[in-house]
Design a protein around this ligand. Structure first.
Ligand SMILES: [Zn+2]
Length: 437
């Protein structure tokens, strides 16, 4: 069952107009906020989406107290009872301004350099983003040069909304029970914090990846370490053999970590130690690190390196006290997805049906899906189409909006054919985590 070309055009135009509308709303999350959601703009967008969902047939819509927007749609012509979730996030990165975003559509990209109307010094070329060369002849959307575009993840929202619209426009497309969720605060690692688990499906897909074709089934294993140094301060004129300078020792401790295992020296499947904060004086000092790897055992070994350094320093500096705490933030979702091979296999079939070549990618970070996996819903990540996100040059080819919508429609059709599809499992433990970084 394919999607006729005139309907593909309908999908493309609808997804683009939705995307432009959603991109204009400032939904930057705020890492300093202690509220949930962290910013008011996310409510504004959630309410707009709520209104649009309520205008569709056959949907039960709920916007809850924490700004999670749920939509439920009963199955149509499905072979068995199974609920499928699509998820995208409402917020955009706080890294850059997201106020008054003006999406600019560059029709039929001819190759070469694109310019931004509100920032004459800023250009976008294949040197910045070699992927551009794949989209010669395609329409490209950028912001106007003063803000991010917010394709991460307004593109995901637009695609899911367009898929729902398609399902109500076309009455012959089978789908299982759908449980859609739009989450707030993904960019600050809190996207899964307040989700209502009972509203999720047996299987989920986040629409939050990058380039058209990306299918992500792996993410980092993530630990966070805090190290406290308690020294001994005396007047510097009389400090000989008495002062234990906590800050100076903390600096040496950092210098003893493997110099090339840092974010700026690693790529692909390599892990790292990343110093995220450091402060102190003679009496007290503090280091904060995050530890990342695709392999959980290798990441645990990083924590052990910290512990053995701690022991060395205790011996080297009598009188110094050092404490180390290590906490888990999130885990590599591969562990869960390996136990549910159907979830990725269906993903691959859906890509093929939508005529999209799969780009397998391991995320050097986390997603809401990684946390959903360990909450009991296997959830890989599908491209939303944006590139260079979190930057002024962020861009998306319009065809990506169309193709991610088509992939979801094929996932609907494929899962609807499954007579038995309750892949839900109960995780052995539930840990509090966040998916920062
Ligand atoms: Zn995202």
């Amino acid at each position: 069952m394919g999607i006729p070309s005139e309907r593909q055009l309908f999908i493309r135009e609808r997804a683009l107009s939705r995307f432009r509308r959603y991109a204009a709303i400032d939904t930057r999350s705020d890492p300093e906020s202690r509220r949930h959601p962290s910013s008011e703009g996310q409510w504004d967008l959630a309410r707009i989406l709520q209104t649009e969902l309520e205008a569709m047939d056959d949907l039960t819509v709920e916007l809850d107290d924490h700004c999670y927007l749920y939509a439920h749609k009963p199955s149509r012509r499905a072979a068995g009872p199974m609920a499928l979730t699509f998820c995208a996030h409402l917020d955009t990165s706080p890294a850059l301004s997201g106020r008054d975003v003006v999406p600019v559509v560059h029709r039929s990209y001819a190759g070469g350099t694109l310019r931004y109307p509100d920032n004459p010094d800023l250009t976008l070329s294949p040197e910045d983003s070699p992927e551009l060369l794949k989209y010669v002849g395609e329409d490209i959307v950028t912001a106007s040069g003063r803000t991010l575009l917010g394709a991460d993840d307004k593109a995901g929202l637009a695609a899911i909304m367009t898929a729902l619209e398609y399902l109500q426009t076309v009455d012959d497309w089978p789908h299982p029970e759908l449980r859609i969720v739009f989450t707030p605060d993904e960019e600050i690692g809190e996207g899964a914090d307040h989700v209502q688990l009972e509203k999720l499906g047996a299987v989920g897909y986040t629409i939050d990846g990058g380039d058209l074709g990306e299918l992500e089934a792996e993410c980092f294993d993530a630990l966070k370490a805090g190290i406290r140094f308690h020294g001994h301060n005396v007047h510097p004129g009389y400090a000989q053999n008495r002062m234990i300078n906590a800050a100076a020792i903390a600096a040496r401790f950092v210098a003893d970590l493997p110099a090339h295992e840092t974010p700026e020296h690693t790529a692909g499947r390599e892990g790292f130690f990343h110093l995220t904060a450091m402060d102190g004086n003679e009496s007290q000092a503090r280091l904060e690190l995050i530890l990342r790897d695709f392999d959980a055992d290798r990441n645990r070994r990083r924590a052990e390196i910290l512990e053995s350094l701690r022991e060395t320093y205790l011996k080297r500096y009598p009188g110094l006290d050092i404490s180390l705490t290590v906490a888990e933030q999130y885990r590599n979702m591969k562990e869960v997805l390996d136990r549910h091979p159907d979830v990725l296999a269906m993903g691959r079939q859906a890509f093929e049906a939508a005529d999209v070549r799969v780009i397998d990618k391991a995320i050097r970070g986390g997603t809401d899906g990684a946390r959903f996996c360990f909450m009991g819903m296997p959830t890989p990540n599908i491209f939303a189409g944006g590139l260079l996100f979190h930057s002024l040059k962020e861009w998306i080819p319009v065809v990506a909006l169309q193709k991610s919508t088509e992939v979801m429609l094929h996932l609907c059709r494929l899962w609807a054919q499954k007579p038995q599809a309750d892949t839900r499992f109960h995780p052995s433990d539930s840990r509090h985590d966040d998916n920062r970084g």
